[in-house]
Design a binder for this molecule. Structure first.
Ligand SMILES: Cc1cc2nc3c(=O)[nH]c(=O)nc-3n(C[C@H](O)[C@H](O)[C@H](O)COP(=O)(O)OP(=O)(O)OC[C@H]3O[C@@H](n4cnc5c(N)ncnc54)[C@H](O)[C@@H]3O)c2cc1C
Length: 469
């Protein structure tokens, strides 16, 4: 098949689209990638005893999950340590009684999974706070200290902010149409990292020993930041693509997989002519939030006997103090977590506006702030200077501008949704010219790798079916 296809971005969606096209005989496929590597928000790097993931880390669920379908049968996934032993710590060092932690966590999870949420008419925050307040006042929960209840509510808000990548759960509409995949929600890659999925897509993973590798990596041009796509020049005219280094490419079809953050930032310059308003609305209306990780290696782990994840509960006295100090950004750390098959590593989840502020702070000050925080929450523990650390800066990075998408009240206000993100644009002859893939085009599974892969396949299939006709 000689049709010229250019794919913009070599993340999961781009690699999925390219491999699908290759398998259907398309050979004239070029991927233009802004960075010097493949994977995008799948970014596994060597650290500690093996690797860490700066972006996607867990395969979320099994049923209807294309990542699980590829990796599960090859025994490449295992249940993550974060699935159990949740501990809550207070800012004066007190460890919340495990029995109370478990009851509060079970209640909170039941509320966010409640079927009534969808039709509640407001936001996740409205629904959660109302239900939670009602249920903790019932007789069976009355023994739990009211201060702890209030602290837990704040903590759980922070936890959800990270899960959804949104600054407030009062901005997240309750009637969200996405679907969680059933099964184990946090499967880890057995010390090999999420990058394994890229090898699986290209059929070159060592466990796929009988498969013929798909040689699309030679079709990737690295360090090509696409600045403009001239897409509607008239019948039979190719689309022209201009990169920041001045190079130009021509194509019959362009699949755009860049993040929603990149689309938002470059909406006025990336497309000639400008995108139709339905598309612009979707790009503006869907939210693109930030979540970061800071991962530390310690010579002597001080948390091992205590648990696997550590939710942080603030007392108002310590919170006041920290808010007026140079460590104000540490309020954005909602929890610390252990990393699978890495006994010496401890990660910090950072979210909200504080995590965007923290991106501007040098690593040495991040370490100082995190040590300060650990000293408060893990009182009486001997905490030495970490050996090494790695932080992520997804928002400052011009090739991402954030972590992942979610619907928000603005999405509803602008009467748009993920379906509008996925609509392809045709030329005057009805040929699909500009096609859109990436996690933010998948309303069922946004914010995930499996959602991104499915969207890449969807757009590759659109081109394949066009030529079949
Ligand atoms: C901190 C974090 C944790 C996460 N955790 C999980 C998790 O545990 N499980 C999970 O399933 N998902 C997780 N995700 C989400 C998941 O990583 C993404 O949904 C998925 O990787 C997105 O893939 P994509 O192909 O849509 O986009 P991307 O991976 O962003 O790929 C787009 C590519 O386009 C390139 N690009 C950008 N602009 C241009 C341009 N102008 N020209 C050329 N190239 C360009 C980028 O460099 C990038 O390589 C996480 C993400 C983050 C950031």
């Amino acid at each position: 098949m000689s049709a010229r296809v250019v794919i913009i971005g070599a993340g999961s969606a781009g690699i999925a689209a390219a491999t699908r096209l290759y398998e259907h005989g398309f050979r004239n496929v070029t991927i233009l990638e802004a960075t010097g590597r493949i994977g995008g928000r799948v970014h596994t790097v060597p650290f500690g005893e093996n690797v860490i993931d700066c972006g996607a880390q867990w395969c979320h669920g099994e049923k209807n999950n294309v990542v699980y379908e590829m990796a599960g049968p090859l025994a490449l996934l295992e249940s993550s340590v974060v699935a159990e032993k949740n501990v809550l710590l207070k800012s004066d060092g007190e460890v919340v009684q495990q029995e109370q932690t478990d009851r509060l966590m079970i209640l909170a999870e039941r509320i966010v999974e409640s079927e009534d949420l969808y039709n509640s008419g407001g936001t996740l925050g409205d629904f959660f706070v109302e239900r939670f307040t009602k249920e903790v006042n019932e007789e069976k929960m009355k023994d739990i200290d009211r201060k702890l209840v209030r602290q837990f509510l704040e903590f759980y808000h922070g936890y959800q902010k990270g899960y959804i990548a949104i600054d407030s759960w009062y901005d997240y509409p309750a009637d969200d149409d996405s679907e969680d995949c059933e099964g184990d929600d946090s499967l880890s890659w057995m010390g090999k990292g999420y990058k394994s999925i890229l090898d699986l897509l290209m059929k070159r993973h060592p466990s796929q020993n009988n498969a013929e590798p798909i040689p699309i990596e030679k079709n990737i041009e690295f360090n090509k930041f696409v600045e403009n796509i001239h897409w509607n020049k008239g019948p039979d005219q190719p689309i022209t693509i201009r990169c920041a280094d001045g190079s130009r490419y021509e194509a019959s079809h362009v699949i755009i997989t860049v993040s929603l953050g990149v689309l938002k930032e470059n909406i006025n310059t990336l497309f000639t002519p400008q995108l139709p308003s339905v598309k612009q609305n979707a790009i503006k209306g869907i939210h693109f939030g930030t979540v970061n990780k800071a991962i530390f290696e310690f010579e002597t782990p001080f948390w091992t006997e205590m648990g696997n994840t550590f939710g942080l509960l603030w007392n108002s006295e310590e919170l006041e103090k920290i808010r007026t100090s140079k460590y104000a950004w540490t309020e954005g750390v909602s929890a610390f977590f252990k990393i699978d098959r890495q006994p010496k590593l401890l990660g910090a989840w950072m979210m909200g506006k504080e995590c965007r502020q923290a991106e501007l702070i040098p690593d040495s000050e991040i370490t100082e702030g995190i040590l300060f925080l650990l000293g408060m929450f893990f009182k009486n523990k001997q905490i030495d200077q970490p050996l090494r650390m790695k932080t992520t800066q997804w928002f400052s990075d011009p090739y991402f501008r954030g972590s992942y998408s979610s619907p928000s009240l603005a999405t509803r206000l602008l009467k748009t949704d993920y379906k509008d993100m996925a609509i392809p644009l045709t030329d005057s002859l009805g040929t699909p010219a500009l096609l859109f893939a990436g996690e933010a085009t998948n309303g069922l599974h946004y914010g995930t790798v499996h959602g991104a892969i499915k969207s890449g396949w969807r757009e590759a299939d659109r081109i394949i079916n066009f030529y079949k006709k």
